[in-house]
Design a binder for this molecule. Structure first.
Ligand SMILES: Cc1cc2nc3c(=O)[nH]c(=O)nc-3n(C[C@H](O)[C@H](O)[C@H](O)COP(=O)(O)OP(=O)(O)OC[C@H]3O[C@@H](n4cnc5c(N)ncnc54)[C@H](O)[C@@H]3O)c2cc1C
Length: 407
Protein backbone atom coordinates (compact mmCIF):
# COMPACT_ATOMS: atom_id res chain seq x y z
CA UNK A 1 0.00 0.00 0.00
CA UNK A 2 1.13 3.56 -0.65
CA UNK A 3 -0.43 6.97 -0.97
CA UNK A 4 1.49 8.08 -4.06
CA UNK A 5 -1.57 8.16 -6.32
CA UNK A 6 -1.11 4.67 -7.80
CA UNK A 7 -3.82 2.34 -6.52
CA UNK A 8 -2.59 -0.84 -4.83
CA UNK A 9 -4.16 -4.10 -6.02
CA UNK A 10 -4.90 -7.50 -4.56
CA UNK A 11 -6.99 -10.47 -5.67
CA UNK A 12 -9.00 -10.37 -2.44
CA UNK A 13 -9.37 -7.65 0.18
CA UNK A 14 -10.66 -8.92 3.53
CA UNK A 15 -11.94 -6.44 6.13
CA UNK A 16 -11.61 -7.82 9.67
CA UNK A 17 -8.68 -9.78 11.08
CA UNK A 18 -10.70 -11.84 13.56
CA UNK A 19 -10.80 -15.63 13.48
CA UNK A 20 -12.79 -15.88 10.24
CA UNK A 21 -10.86 -13.15 8.39
CA UNK A 22 -7.44 -14.49 9.36
CA UNK A 23 -8.37 -18.09 8.49
CA UNK A 24 -9.72 -17.10 5.06
CA UNK A 25 -6.68 -14.93 4.37
CA UNK A 26 -4.29 -17.79 5.22
CA UNK A 27 -6.27 -20.35 3.16
CA UNK A 28 -6.42 -18.15 0.05
CA UNK A 29 -2.78 -17.03 0.28
CA UNK A 30 -1.68 -20.66 0.58
CA UNK A 31 -3.70 -21.35 -2.59
CA UNK A 32 -1.60 -18.74 -4.41
CA UNK A 33 -3.88 -15.69 -4.28
CA UNK A 34 -2.71 -12.20 -3.46
CA UNK A 35 -4.55 -11.30 -0.25
CA UNK A 36 -4.77 -8.01 1.69
CA UNK A 37 -6.27 -7.94 5.19
CA UNK A 38 -7.48 -4.63 6.64
CA UNK A 39 -8.31 -4.16 10.33
CA UNK A 40 -7.52 -1.13 12.55
CA UNK A 41 -6.60 -3.63 15.30
CA UNK A 42 -4.49 -6.02 13.21
CA UNK A 43 -1.58 -6.60 15.58
CA UNK A 44 0.18 -9.42 17.32
CA UNK A 45 0.11 -10.32 20.22
CA UNK A 46 -3.58 -11.14 20.23
CA UNK A 47 -5.82 -8.97 22.42
CA UNK A 48 -6.67 -10.05 25.96
CA UNK A 49 -9.80 -12.20 25.84
CA UNK A 50 -10.87 -14.57 28.61
CA UNK A 51 -12.90 -16.75 26.19
CA UNK A 52 -11.96 -20.22 25.07
CA UNK A 53 -13.53 -21.92 22.07
CA UNK A 54 -14.70 -25.44 21.41
CA UNK A 55 -13.17 -26.39 18.06
CA UNK A 56 -15.05 -29.28 16.44
CA UNK A 57 -13.20 -31.82 14.20
CA UNK A 58 -14.20 -30.03 10.96
CA UNK A 59 -12.68 -26.77 12.28
CA UNK A 60 -9.56 -28.60 13.41
CA UNK A 61 -9.04 -29.86 9.85
CA UNK A 62 -9.40 -26.35 8.46
CA UNK A 63 -6.86 -25.08 11.01
CA UNK A 64 -4.49 -27.88 10.02
CA UNK A 65 -4.89 -26.93 6.35
CA UNK A 66 -4.02 -23.28 6.99
CA UNK A 67 -0.98 -24.14 9.14
CA UNK A 68 -2.33 -22.96 12.50
CA UNK A 69 -3.19 -26.24 14.19
CA UNK A 70 0.22 -27.35 15.55
CA UNK A 71 0.49 -24.18 17.64
CA UNK A 72 -3.12 -24.39 18.84
CA UNK A 73 -2.83 -28.11 19.71
CA UNK A 74 0.00 -27.36 22.16
CA UNK A 75 -2.36 -25.26 24.31
CA UNK A 76 -5.67 -27.08 23.70
CA UNK A 77 -7.46 -29.72 25.73
CA UNK A 78 -9.16 -32.62 23.91
CA UNK A 79 -12.74 -33.26 25.06
CA UNK A 80 -13.20 -37.00 25.65
CA UNK A 81 -16.76 -36.84 26.92
CA UNK A 82 -19.60 -34.35 27.06
CA UNK A 83 -22.26 -34.57 29.76
CA UNK A 84 -25.62 -32.78 29.72
CA UNK A 85 -27.86 -32.28 32.75
CA UNK A 86 -31.21 -30.55 33.28
CA UNK A 87 -31.03 -29.27 36.82
CA UNK A 88 -32.27 -26.77 39.37
CA UNK A 89 -29.70 -24.54 41.03
CA UNK A 90 -30.65 -26.02 44.41
CA UNK A 91 -29.74 -29.55 43.25
CA UNK A 92 -26.15 -30.43 44.12
CA UNK A 93 -26.43 -33.83 42.43
CA UNK A 94 -26.95 -33.39 38.71
CA UNK A 95 -27.92 -36.68 37.01
CA UNK A 96 -26.39 -36.92 33.53
CA UNK A 97 -29.32 -37.23 31.12
CA UNK A 98 -27.31 -37.30 27.95
CA UNK A 99 -23.66 -37.96 27.20
CA UNK A 100 -21.46 -38.04 24.14
CA UNK A 101 -18.19 -39.99 24.15
CA UNK A 102 -15.32 -39.50 21.72
CA UNK A 103 -15.25 -42.50 19.37
CA UNK A 104 -11.46 -42.84 19.68
CA UNK A 105 -8.30 -41.01 20.77
CA UNK A 106 -7.70 -39.57 17.32
CA UNK A 107 -10.93 -37.56 16.96
CA UNK A 108 -12.08 -36.14 20.31
CA UNK A 109 -15.57 -34.58 20.53
CA UNK A 110 -13.82 -31.19 20.25
CA UNK A 111 -10.69 -29.36 21.42
CA UNK A 112 -11.01 -26.43 23.80
CA UNK A 113 -8.46 -23.71 23.08
CA UNK A 114 -7.96 -20.22 24.57
CA UNK A 115 -9.11 -17.47 22.21
CA UNK A 116 -5.79 -15.48 22.17
CA UNK A 117 -3.89 -18.65 21.22
CA UNK A 118 -6.22 -19.34 18.24
CA UNK A 119 -5.94 -15.76 17.07
CA UNK A 120 -2.14 -15.60 17.43
CA UNK A 121 -1.72 -18.94 15.58
CA UNK A 122 -3.97 -17.72 12.76
CA UNK A 123 -2.13 -14.40 12.59
CA UNK A 124 1.23 -16.19 12.26
CA UNK A 125 -0.22 -18.59 9.65
CA UNK A 126 -1.58 -15.68 7.59
CA UNK A 127 1.75 -13.83 7.76
CA UNK A 128 3.72 -16.97 6.87
CA UNK A 129 1.45 -17.46 3.83
CA UNK A 130 2.29 -13.94 2.61
CA UNK A 131 -0.89 -12.04 3.55
CA UNK A 132 -0.45 -8.24 3.52
CA UNK A 133 -1.89 -6.64 6.66
CA UNK A 134 -3.17 -3.06 6.64
CA UNK A 135 -3.94 -1.34 9.99
CA UNK A 136 -7.01 0.50 8.68
CA UNK A 137 -10.76 0.07 8.16
CA UNK A 138 -12.62 0.13 4.85
CA UNK A 139 -14.39 3.52 4.83
CA UNK A 140 -16.31 3.02 1.58
CA UNK A 141 -16.27 0.89 -1.54
CA UNK A 142 -17.58 0.82 -5.07
CA UNK A 143 -18.20 -2.31 -7.12
CA UNK A 144 -17.71 -1.86 -10.85
CA UNK A 145 -17.94 -4.34 -13.74
CA UNK A 146 -14.61 -6.05 -13.18
CA UNK A 147 -13.29 -4.91 -9.80
CA UNK A 148 -14.10 -3.42 -6.44
CA UNK A 149 -12.36 -0.27 -5.25
CA UNK A 150 -12.12 0.35 -1.51
CA UNK A 151 -11.19 3.59 0.24
CA UNK A 152 -9.38 2.93 3.52
CA UNK A 153 -9.36 4.98 6.72
CA UNK A 154 -5.60 5.67 6.33
CA UNK A 155 -6.38 7.63 3.13
CA UNK A 156 -5.20 4.95 0.72
CA UNK A 157 -7.22 3.00 -1.89
CA UNK A 158 -7.08 -0.61 -2.95
CA UNK A 159 -8.62 -2.41 -5.94
CA UNK A 160 -9.47 -6.12 -5.80
CA UNK A 161 -11.62 -8.68 -7.60
CA UNK A 162 -13.48 -9.45 -4.38
CA UNK A 163 -14.12 -7.78 -1.03
CA UNK A 164 -14.92 -9.90 2.04
CA UNK A 165 -16.69 -8.57 5.16
CA UNK A 166 -15.35 -10.37 8.24
CA UNK A 167 -15.67 -7.52 10.76
CA UNK A 168 -17.96 -9.32 13.19
CA UNK A 169 -21.60 -8.79 14.19
CA UNK A 170 -21.65 -5.01 13.51
CA UNK A 171 -20.07 -5.39 10.03
CA UNK A 172 -19.80 -1.90 8.43
CA UNK A 173 -19.45 -3.50 4.96
CA UNK A 174 -22.80 -5.25 5.45
CA UNK A 175 -24.36 -1.85 6.19
CA UNK A 176 -22.61 -0.19 3.23
CA UNK A 177 -24.03 -2.93 0.97
CA UNK A 178 -27.54 -2.26 2.38
CA UNK A 179 -27.90 -5.87 3.50
CA UNK A 180 -30.57 -6.15 6.21
CA UNK A 181 -30.34 -8.47 9.17
CA UNK A 182 -33.06 -10.44 10.95
CA UNK A 183 -33.03 -11.65 14.52
CA UNK A 184 -33.51 -10.64 18.10
CA UNK A 185 -31.74 -9.98 21.36
CA UNK A 186 -32.23 -12.62 24.00
CA UNK A 187 -33.09 -11.38 27.47
CA UNK A 188 -29.78 -13.01 28.40
CA UNK A 189 -26.12 -12.12 28.78
CA UNK A 190 -23.13 -14.45 28.65
CA UNK A 191 -20.45 -14.32 31.34
CA UNK A 192 -17.11 -15.93 30.48
CA UNK A 193 -14.22 -16.65 32.82
CA UNK A 194 -11.79 -19.43 33.78
CA UNK A 195 -11.71 -21.63 36.90
CA UNK A 196 -9.52 -24.35 38.35
CA UNK A 197 -10.95 -27.64 39.70
CA UNK A 198 -10.05 -29.53 42.86
CA UNK A 199 -10.46 -32.94 41.15
CA UNK A 200 -9.12 -33.88 37.67
CA UNK A 201 -11.58 -33.04 34.88
CA UNK A 202 -10.25 -35.89 32.68
CA UNK A 203 -11.32 -34.09 29.52
CA UNK A 204 -15.03 -34.01 30.46
CA UNK A 205 -17.09 -31.04 29.25
CA UNK A 206 -20.29 -30.32 31.16
CA UNK A 207 -23.43 -28.45 30.13
CA UNK A 208 -25.95 -27.80 32.91
CA UNK A 209 -29.31 -26.43 31.78
CA UNK A 210 -30.30 -24.27 34.76
CA UNK A 211 -33.19 -21.88 35.47
CA UNK A 212 -31.24 -18.83 34.30
CA UNK A 213 -29.87 -20.44 31.13
CA UNK A 214 -27.20 -22.88 29.96
CA UNK A 215 -23.99 -23.11 32.03
CA UNK A 216 -21.01 -24.80 30.36
CA UNK A 217 -17.65 -25.95 31.77
CA UNK A 218 -15.16 -26.56 28.97
CA UNK A 219 -11.96 -28.37 30.05
CA UNK A 220 -8.63 -26.58 29.58
CA UNK A 221 -5.05 -27.77 30.18
CA UNK A 222 -3.77 -27.52 33.77
CA UNK A 223 -7.04 -28.86 35.26
CA UNK A 224 -8.71 -25.55 34.46
CA UNK A 225 -11.98 -24.92 32.65
CA UNK A 226 -13.50 -22.15 30.61
CA UNK A 227 -16.91 -21.09 31.93
CA UNK A 228 -19.63 -19.99 29.48
CA UNK A 229 -22.47 -18.89 31.72
CA UNK A 230 -25.80 -17.55 30.40
CA UNK A 231 -28.22 -15.78 32.75
CA UNK A 232 -31.21 -13.45 32.45
CA UNK A 233 -29.70 -10.06 31.62
CA UNK A 234 -30.40 -8.21 34.90
CA UNK A 235 -29.23 -11.14 37.00
CA UNK A 236 -26.11 -11.50 34.84
CA UNK A 237 -25.23 -7.85 35.44
CA UNK A 238 -25.64 -8.33 39.20
CA UNK A 239 -23.56 -11.55 39.26
CA UNK A 240 -20.86 -10.10 37.04
CA UNK A 241 -20.33 -7.19 39.44
CA UNK A 242 -19.98 -9.38 42.57
CA UNK A 243 -16.71 -9.29 44.58
CA UNK A 244 -14.46 -12.34 43.96
CA UNK A 245 -15.56 -14.41 46.98
CA UNK A 246 -19.27 -14.07 46.18
CA UNK A 247 -18.69 -14.53 42.46
CA UNK A 248 -16.83 -17.77 43.22
CA UNK A 249 -19.67 -18.98 45.44
CA UNK A 250 -22.23 -18.25 42.71
CA UNK A 251 -20.06 -20.16 40.24
CA UNK A 252 -19.65 -23.08 42.62
CA UNK A 253 -23.44 -23.31 43.05
CA UNK A 254 -23.87 -23.55 39.29
CA UNK A 255 -20.94 -25.91 38.70
CA UNK A 256 -22.29 -28.42 41.25
CA UNK A 257 -19.96 -30.93 42.88
CA UNK A 258 -18.79 -32.91 39.80
CA UNK A 259 -15.12 -31.82 40.10
CA UNK A 260 -15.03 -30.70 43.75
CA UNK A 261 -14.21 -27.17 44.90
CA UNK A 262 -13.45 -24.54 42.28
CA UNK A 263 -11.05 -21.57 42.37
CA UNK A 264 -11.17 -18.46 40.16
CA UNK A 265 -8.41 -18.64 37.51
CA UNK A 266 -8.90 -15.76 35.12
CA UNK A 267 -10.54 -12.40 34.37
CA UNK A 268 -14.28 -12.07 33.59
CA UNK A 269 -16.09 -10.70 30.55
CA UNK A 270 -19.77 -10.28 29.78
CA UNK A 271 -21.61 -9.93 26.46
CA UNK A 272 -25.29 -9.51 25.51
CA UNK A 273 -26.56 -12.52 23.58
CA UNK A 274 -28.45 -12.38 20.31
CA UNK A 275 -29.45 -14.25 17.20
CA UNK A 276 -28.83 -12.45 13.93
CA UNK A 277 -28.66 -13.50 10.31
CA UNK A 278 -27.98 -11.38 7.24
CA UNK A 279 -30.73 -11.37 4.59
CA UNK A 280 -28.02 -12.06 2.01
CA UNK A 281 -24.47 -13.35 2.43
CA UNK A 282 -23.33 -11.73 -0.82
CA UNK A 283 -23.74 -8.51 -2.84
CA UNK A 284 -21.96 -7.44 -6.05
CA UNK A 285 -18.25 -8.28 -5.48
CA UNK A 286 -18.82 -8.70 -1.74
CA UNK A 287 -19.13 -11.79 0.49
CA UNK A 288 -19.87 -11.89 4.23
CA UNK A 289 -18.36 -14.53 6.53
CA UNK A 290 -18.43 -15.32 10.25
CA UNK A 291 -20.38 -13.12 12.65
CA UNK A 292 -20.81 -10.54 9.87
CA UNK A 293 -23.19 -13.08 8.27
CA UNK A 294 -24.68 -14.74 11.39
CA UNK A 295 -24.60 -14.60 15.18
CA UNK A 296 -25.88 -17.42 17.37
CA UNK A 297 -26.36 -18.04 21.10
CA UNK A 298 -23.25 -19.74 22.57
CA UNK A 299 -25.46 -22.62 23.82
CA UNK A 300 -23.60 -25.25 21.81
CA UNK A 301 -20.36 -23.37 21.13
CA UNK A 302 -21.06 -23.32 17.39
CA UNK A 303 -20.57 -19.60 16.49
CA UNK A 304 -16.91 -19.75 15.54
CA UNK A 305 -17.30 -23.20 14.00
CA UNK A 306 -20.05 -21.90 11.70
CA UNK A 307 -17.72 -19.06 10.72
CA UNK A 308 -14.94 -21.52 9.89
CA UNK A 309 -17.38 -23.44 7.71
CA UNK A 310 -18.03 -20.19 5.78
CA UNK A 311 -14.26 -19.81 5.39
CA UNK A 312 -13.81 -23.33 4.01
CA UNK A 313 -16.75 -22.96 1.58
CA UNK A 314 -15.77 -19.49 0.32
CA UNK A 315 -12.09 -20.50 -0.05
CA UNK A 316 -13.22 -23.50 -2.13
CA UNK A 317 -15.46 -21.58 -4.55
CA UNK A 318 -12.78 -18.87 -4.98
CA UNK A 319 -9.98 -21.42 -5.53
CA UNK A 320 -12.11 -23.33 -8.07
CA UNK A 321 -12.86 -20.14 -10.02
CA UNK A 322 -9.20 -19.04 -9.90
CA UNK A 323 -8.02 -22.47 -11.09
CA UNK A 324 -10.23 -22.13 -14.19
CA UNK A 325 -8.66 -18.71 -14.81
CA UNK A 326 -12.01 -16.98 -14.19
CA UNK A 327 -13.00 -13.81 -12.36
CA UNK A 328 -13.35 -14.77 -8.68
CA UNK A 329 -15.79 -11.91 -7.98
CA UNK A 330 -18.46 -12.90 -10.54
CA UNK A 331 -22.06 -13.37 -9.35
CA UNK A 332 -22.11 -17.13 -10.09
CA UNK A 333 -19.08 -17.68 -7.81
CA UNK A 334 -20.72 -15.71 -5.01
CA UNK A 335 -24.11 -17.36 -5.53
CA UNK A 336 -22.48 -20.77 -5.17
CA UNK A 337 -21.07 -19.65 -1.79
CA UNK A 338 -24.36 -18.17 -0.62
CA UNK A 339 -26.53 -21.14 -1.51
CA UNK A 340 -24.00 -23.48 0.10
CA UNK A 341 -23.86 -21.61 3.40
CA UNK A 342 -27.16 -19.84 3.97
CA UNK A 343 -29.37 -22.93 4.24
CA UNK A 344 -26.91 -24.75 6.51
CA UNK A 345 -26.65 -21.64 8.70
CA UNK A 346 -30.43 -21.24 9.00
CA UNK A 347 -30.76 -24.89 10.05
CA UNK A 348 -28.09 -24.48 12.75
CA UNK A 349 -29.47 -21.17 14.06
CA UNK A 350 -32.98 -22.64 14.19
CA UNK A 351 -31.78 -25.73 16.04
CA UNK A 352 -29.82 -23.67 18.62
CA UNK A 353 -32.76 -21.32 19.22
CA UNK A 354 -35.24 -24.22 19.66
CA UNK A 355 -32.86 -25.96 22.06
CA UNK A 356 -32.51 -22.80 24.14
CA UNK A 357 -36.27 -22.20 24.30
CA UNK A 358 -36.90 -25.84 25.20
CA UNK A 359 -34.57 -25.62 28.20
CA UNK A 360 -35.84 -22.25 29.37
CA UNK A 361 -39.28 -23.83 29.99
CA UNK A 362 -38.99 -24.40 33.74
CA UNK A 363 -42.41 -25.80 34.74
CA UNK A 364 -42.38 -29.30 36.24
CA UNK A 365 -44.46 -30.93 33.43
CA UNK A 366 -42.18 -29.40 30.79
CA UNK A 367 -39.16 -30.70 32.63
CA UNK A 368 -40.57 -34.23 32.98
CA UNK A 369 -41.34 -34.46 29.25
CA UNK A 370 -38.00 -32.95 28.28
CA UNK A 371 -35.99 -35.21 30.56
CA UNK A 372 -37.83 -38.33 29.40
CA UNK A 373 -37.09 -37.32 25.81
CA UNK A 374 -33.40 -36.80 26.54
CA UNK A 375 -33.09 -40.09 28.42
CA UNK A 376 -34.72 -41.93 25.49
CA UNK A 377 -32.44 -40.13 23.02
CA UNK A 378 -29.42 -41.15 25.10
CA UNK A 379 -30.30 -44.81 24.51
CA UNK A 380 -30.36 -44.47 20.69
CA UNK A 381 -26.71 -44.95 19.69
CA UNK A 382 -27.38 -44.67 15.93
CA UNK A 383 -29.18 -41.33 16.26
CA UNK A 384 -26.58 -40.02 18.73
CA UNK A 385 -23.77 -40.90 16.31
CA UNK A 386 -25.55 -38.88 13.58
CA UNK A 387 -25.93 -35.86 15.90
CA UNK A 388 -22.22 -36.09 16.78
CA UNK A 389 -21.21 -36.15 13.10
CA UNK A 390 -23.39 -33.10 12.49
CA UNK A 391 -22.03 -31.21 15.53
CA UNK A 392 -18.50 -32.12 14.38
CA UNK A 393 -19.16 -30.15 11.18
CA UNK A 394 -18.81 -33.32 9.11
CA UNK A 395 -22.35 -33.81 7.77
CA UNK A 396 -23.99 -32.49 4.61
CA UNK A 397 -21.93 -30.95 1.82
CA UNK A 398 -18.62 -30.66 3.72
CA UNK A 399 -16.05 -28.29 2.13
CA UNK A 400 -12.74 -29.88 1.07
CA UNK A 401 -10.67 -28.07 3.72
CA UNK A 402 -12.93 -29.60 6.41
CA UNK A 403 -12.56 -33.07 4.93
CA UNK A 404 -8.78 -32.85 5.29
CA UNK A 405 -8.28 -32.36 1.51
CA UNK A 406 -6.30 -29.64 -0.28
CA UNK A 407 -8.17 -26.71 -1.87
C1 LIG B 1 -20.10 -15.47 25.57
C2 LIG B 1 -19.74 -16.06 24.23
C3 LIG B 1 -19.13 -17.32 24.17
C4 LIG B 1 -18.85 -17.90 22.94
N1 LIG B 1 -18.32 -19.16 22.91
C5 LIG B 1 -18.12 -19.77 21.71
C6 LIG B 1 -17.59 -21.12 21.62
O1 LIG B 1 -17.33 -21.80 22.62
N2 LIG B 1 -17.40 -21.66 20.40
C7 LIG B 1 -17.68 -20.96 19.25
O2 LIG B 1 -17.52 -21.52 18.15
N3 LIG B 1 -18.14 -19.67 19.29
C8 LIG B 1 -18.37 -19.07 20.47
N4 LIG B 1 -18.84 -17.77 20.50
C9 LIG B 1 -19.03 -17.04 19.25
C10 LIG B 1 -17.70 -16.41 18.73
O3 LIG B 1 -17.18 -15.50 19.68
C11 LIG B 1 -17.92 -15.68 17.41
O4 LIG B 1 -18.66 -16.50 16.54
C12 LIG B 1 -16.55 -15.32 16.75
O5 LIG B 1 -15.82 -14.43 17.55
C13 LIG B 1 -16.77 -14.69 15.38
O6 LIG B 1 -15.54 -14.50 14.74
P1 LIG B 1 -15.40 -13.44 13.55
O7 LIG B 1 -14.00 -13.55 13.05
O8 LIG B 1 -16.52 -13.59 12.58
O9 LIG B 1 -15.64 -12.01 14.22
P2 LIG B 1 -14.86 -11.29 15.41
O10 LIG B 1 -14.18 -12.26 16.29
O11 LIG B 1 -15.87 -10.36 16.04
O12 LIG B 1 -13.72 -10.43 14.68
C14 LIG B 1 -14.02 -9.26 13.97
C15 LIG B 1 -12.73 -8.51 13.60
O13 LIG B 1 -13.10 -7.41 12.78
C16 LIG B 1 -12.39 -6.25 13.22
N5 LIG B 1 -13.16 -5.06 12.81
C17 LIG B 1 -14.22 -4.49 13.44
N6 LIG B 1 -14.64 -3.42 12.73
C18 LIG B 1 -13.84 -3.33 11.63
C19 LIG B 1 -13.78 -2.47 10.51
N7 LIG B 1 -14.62 -1.41 10.38
N8 LIG B 1 -12.85 -2.68 9.55
C20 LIG B 1 -11.97 -3.71 9.65
N9 LIG B 1 -11.97 -4.56 10.71
C21 LIG B 1 -12.90 -4.37 11.68
C22 LIG B 1 -12.22 -6.43 14.71
O14 LIG B 1 -11.07 -5.67 15.15
C23 LIG B 1 -11.97 -7.94 14.80
O15 LIG B 1 -10.60 -8.25 14.66
C24 LIG B 1 -19.13 -17.18 21.72
C25 LIG B 1 -19.70 -15.90 21.79
C26 LIG B 1 -20.04 -15.36 23.02
C27 LIG B 1 -20.71 -14.00 23.06
Amino acid sequence: MNNSGKIARADVLIAGAGYAGLALAAALARAGLDVALADPAVVRPAPQDPRAFALVPGSRRLLEAVGAWDTIARGAEPVRRMEVSDARLSEVLRPVLLHFDAPDDVDPVAHIAPSPLIRAALFDAAKAAGVRTIPAAVSSYEATGNAVRAELSDGSSLAAALLVGAEGAQSPLRRMANIRTYGWRYDQAGIVTAIEFEHPHEGVAVQHFLEGGPFALLPLPGNRASVVWSERRLNAERLYALPDAEFRAALQARAGGRFGEIALAGPRAMRPLSLQVAANFVAPRLALIGDAAHVTHPIAGQGLNLGFRDVAALAEVIADAARLGGDIGLPDVLTRYESWRRFDTMLMLGAMDSLLKLFLLRSSPARIVRDAGMAAFDRLPGVKAKVMISAAGLSGDVPRLMRGEAL
